[in-house]
Write a protein that binds this ligand. Structure first.
Ligand SMILES: Nc1ncnc2c1ncn2[C@@H]1O[C@H](COP(=O)(O)OP(=O)(O)OP(=O)(O)O)[C@@H](O)[C@H]1O
Length: 677
């Protein structure tokens, strides 16, 4: 039944909407029963039957009704436009639900093209609709609604943010991140629904929903290009395991279980050793790509001797200059590995030409035999040796002569010296590869054998990746596209990007950069405080605004006994609903944990591998990126800022993790950059 803009306290309206929810639930149950009744017996063979069975299982699983997850969260009522082919009323939810008998849609999937209006329609462009209704739920029960007339006759928007949206943001959290499908904002929706072939890059201030947008975009693309992306794959790359564990539940909640999530270390291999940040930064520099290319191709050498192949009584010769010409013609035109195979075939082909000249009629099999013969193999090993990425990199980083030839005109002498460790590993097998080395190995591997590309890559916290790491990711979406998310102000590595143009260039993707500046997470007073650091960490960026003013959310206090003060602050925060994060300088995590322990406050210390599940977490500052807590206590900002080269950027990250309150406690002076402007 079409709705007029209704008073939210109207019981008849609520009752009608609850009835639609009950009807939709019953229909979903029938859809599930129907799916359970389908049989895989129609499959022609055993393998197809197994495949079909697993598809049917997935379908049944996808049709489960989770009592806590509302089946729909919004409704649209059509305007009076005559001849419109829009439905009179549509309900928008996480998945499509239809009435079995008539196939009548009861709920439309939020990703369907028609649902776009739920996120985009407004008085300036109602898109054919008259009214948007948002629903509020508690424990799966429909308890509230909020109407927004789209024909210009109503009160919202313009009277501040939707109550349902702010309630959703302020709903106390513990555990993993939630989806935002019910409240995606228009500027976020544009990014979520960008076309697949387009790469998009989002510069977003803290808490503007970059991560959320990236995850919803993955779900949207899988829905819209299901077949293509199921074959080629979608991958989400995040900064560490704790972060991946934090976001892991969002896509399954949206019905997508087939998206891989990995850190850069998962993709390139775990670092086995460490090195100074300036050396890592140099290894991460894009100039290394040219050095590696030269180093690899320096392995192709001039032939010293010709080739002699004996067949029966006959001997066939190729002079060394002929071999050199064959190698020169191939060099640089293919990847190293396929070039090697082609080199062997071309040598064999020349031998075959000589056989033919002598009146023989060899066929292709003979060419293969010759290509695999001992003399050809000897020439191959001498001129175009088989090498692994590890061998080449180990040689490059331990042989000053090879390095100077490969880096000539690219790296100066000091830079070359910095790349040579004082005590190199004896062999490539015992090398303790660092994270930066892993990206170099990946580059070499690709120069030897092409890397397979996926259909779409979502890269979060992309500002922290080096040029060489970005090139590694670029190879993994070379024939696909990417969603690149990050914040230049939160760049904390020695190689952090300064512009998104550079990042896209290293990824090898063309893309537009969109800026999000409306913060959902952090209350206004807290965001303004943190933003005092912005001119010092990223002067070119726009100052973020917050959706919520957050009066009373921020306290900054000098204390005499920091440990005792953090314990008291933690105790006070625990008295309120929601999660509590105590963010401390890395070196002091143990001491703060001990103080909580002594005070009998149950807590967990966050580690790189896990996000922790308890209500009170001690978070080393370097692990706080991307995470959020209802109440945050930051201990000793000056020590956090002083602990690393880009410490002020780290502090900016740390000060922007709170949803409801932030307490900053310090014994030492605050960093001067935090002083009131
Ligand atoms: N449209 C929205 N509706 C409801 N909540 C939202 C919306 N957009 C973002 N949020 C919430 O705001 C918080 C911040 O989102 P998210 O973590 O994606 O931001 P971010 O830009 O990646 O932040 P950071 O750069 O600080 O890591 C999350 O709790 C997210 O659920």
């Amino acid at each position: 039944m079409p709705a007029e803009s209704a008073d939210p306290s109207e019981p008849a309206v609520l009752a009608a909407e609850r009835a639609h929810l009950a009807e939709s639930r019953a229909a979903l149950r029938r859809m599930r029963e129907h799916a359970e009744g389908l049989s895989a017996d129609v499959a022609a063979d055993w393998v197809s039957k197994q495949f079909l069975e697993s598809l049917l299982d997935q379908r049944v699983e996808a049709l489960a009704d989770h009592p806590d997850t509302p089946l729909f969260f919004g409704r649209m009522d059509r305007g009076g436009a005559a001849g419109s082919d829009l439905p009179a009323v549509m309900y928008v939810g996480r998945r499509h639900v239809h009435d079995g008998d008539e196939g009548r849609p009861l709920v439309l999937d939020w990703r369907a093209p028609v649902s776009r209006a739920f996120y985009q329609a407004g008085p300036a462009d109602p898109m054919g609709w008259r009214l948007r209704r948002r629903f509020g739920f508690q424990a799966g029960e429909l308890t509230a609604f909020e109407d927004e007339p789209l024909d210009g006759g109503g009160t919202r928007p313009g009277t501040g943010p939707s109550r349902i949206l702010t309630d959703e943001i302020e709903r106390p959290r513990t555990g993993p991140m939630r989806d935002i499908v019910a409240t995606i904002q228009p500027e976020q929706d544009v990014i979520v629904r960008a076309d697949l072939p387009r790469s998009v890059c989002v510069q977003g201030a803290p808490g503007t929903g970059k991560t959320a947008v990236g995850l919803h975009r993955a779900a949207y693309l899988l829905f819209t290009h299901r077949e293509r992306l199921s074959r080629s794959g979608v991958l989400i790359v995040g900064p560490n395991r704790a972060f991946l564990a934090y976001i892991a539940a969002v896509l399954p909640a949206l019905g997508e279980v087939r998206v891989e999530q990995a850190t850069i270390d998962d993709l390139l291999g775990p670092p086995l050793g460490d090195e100074p940040a300036d050396v890592a930064a140099l290894k991460g520099d894009a100039r290394m790509a040219g050095v590696l290319r030269r180093a690899l191709w320096l392995h192709v050498r001039k032939p010293e001797e010709g080739l002699v192949v004996t067949r029966g009584a006959a001997r066939y010769r190729l002079a060394d200059h002929e071999i050199r010409e064959i190698a020169a013609a191939l060099r640089g035109t293919t990847r190293y590995g396929s070039g090697r195979a082609a080199f062997a075939q071309r040598l064999a082909h020349q031998i075959l030409v000589r056989m033919e000249r002598r009146g023989e009629a060899p066929d292709d099999r003979v060419q293969d035999q010759v290509a695999r013969s001992r003399p050809v193999k000897q020439v191959l090993d001498a001129v175009w040796p088989k090498v692994s990425a590890e061998q080449v990199l180990h040689r490059l980083l331990s042989d000053a002569d090879l390095l100077s030839r490969a880096a000539k005109g690219v790296l100066d002498e000091d830079e070359q010296a910095a790349l040579l460790p004082a005590r190199p590993a004896r062999s490539h097998r015992s090398a303790r590869w660092t994270a930066a080395d892993r990206a170099l190995l990946d580059e070499l591997n690709d120069l030897i054998e092409r890397t397979t590309s996926l259909g779409h890559l979502v890269v979060d916290e992309a500002q922290d990746l080096s040029a060489m790491q970005l090139r590694a990711l670029g190879r993994r979406c070379a024939t696909g596209s990417a969603t690149v998310l990050g914040d230049l102000a939160q760049g904390t590595t020695a190689w952090s990007a300064r512009t998104w143009k550079e990042v896209l260039a290293h990824l090898g993707q063309d893309g537009e950069v969109t800026e999000l500046t409306l913060g959902f997470r952090v209350p206004g007073t807290v965001l303004d405080f943190a933003a005092r650091l912005l001119p010092h960490v990223a002067p070119g960026l726009e100052r973020p605004r917050s959706l919520r003013p957050g009066a009373g959310a921020l306290t900054v206090r000098r204390v005499d006994d920091l440990a005792a003060a953090t314990v008291e602050a933690a105790r006070a925060a625990l008295a309120r609903p929601g999660s509590v994060g105590l963010i401390v300088p890395d070196a002091r995590a143990g001491a703060h944990a001990a103080a909580l322990e002594a005070a009998g406050l149950e807590h967990e210390v966050l580690g790189p591998e896990s996000p922790g599940t308890g209500r009170l977490l001690v978070i080393p500052a370097t692990l706080a990126k991307g995470l959020e807590y209802d109440h945050v206590i930051v201990a000793e900002p000056a020590a956090i800022a002083a602990a690393e080269a880009r410490g002020l950027a780290r502090l900016y990250v740390v000060l922007t993790r709170a949803v409801t309150t932030l307490a900053v406690l310090h014994e030492d002076d605050l960093p001067a950059e935090l002083a009131e402007p």
